[in-house]
Ligand binder design. Structure first.
Ligand code: RB5
Length: 147
């Protein structure tokens, strides 16, 4: 899959770990930064370009990491066409795609450990939107806000 990844200083270490893991597993990764650990950097500078690439369909999915994952999800969801969610559990990692068609996973680098993050990312990437009528209907009501 074409996957984009981004993080500020709070998510930097987890991003580096996930980037290596996903590359080893055959995905093509575009890294939107940060490229070095800078405790003064700001998550919108990395997350918004990632979200724009997801919205522009340059990527199949995006992964954004900040300290908690909260700021990343707030910023990403401002970009039209992005459905981002902060995920801390396995069920939501796949159900968020299956029912809600999320296209950008947000994680907290200060919350989620590397091994748990790997499992959340795997569940997110393997899941597919079901396109069930009720989910399409609900998504249509959400997408109407973007017009
Ligand atoms: C940065 O220190 C921290 O506030 C940021 O990574 C994130 O947790 C925001 O939601």
């Amino acid at each position: 899959m074409e996957i984009g990844i981004a993080a500020d200083h709070g998510g930097f270490e987890l991003k580096q770990f996930l980037k290596a893991y996903l590359t080893e597993n055959g995905h093509h990764i575009t890294d939107f930064g940060a490229y070095t650990l800078d405790n003064q950097d700001d998550y919108p500078d990395f997350v918004i370009p990632l979200a724009q690439a997801v919205a522009g369909k340059e990527l199949d999915r995006g992964i954004a990491v900040c300290g908690s994952g909260v700021g990343a999800s707030v910023a990403a969801n401002k970009v039209t066409g992005v459905r981002a969610a902060l995920i801390n559990d396995h069920f939501s990692a796949h159900q968020g795609v299956e029912d809600d068609d999320i296209n950008l996973l947000c994680l907290g680098g200060r919350v989620t450990g590397n091994m748990a993050a790997k499992e959340l990312v795997d569940a997110f990437l393997q899941a597919k939107f079901t396109e069930a009528e009720r989910h399409m209907r609900r998504l249509g009501k959400v997408k109407a806000l973007e017009k």
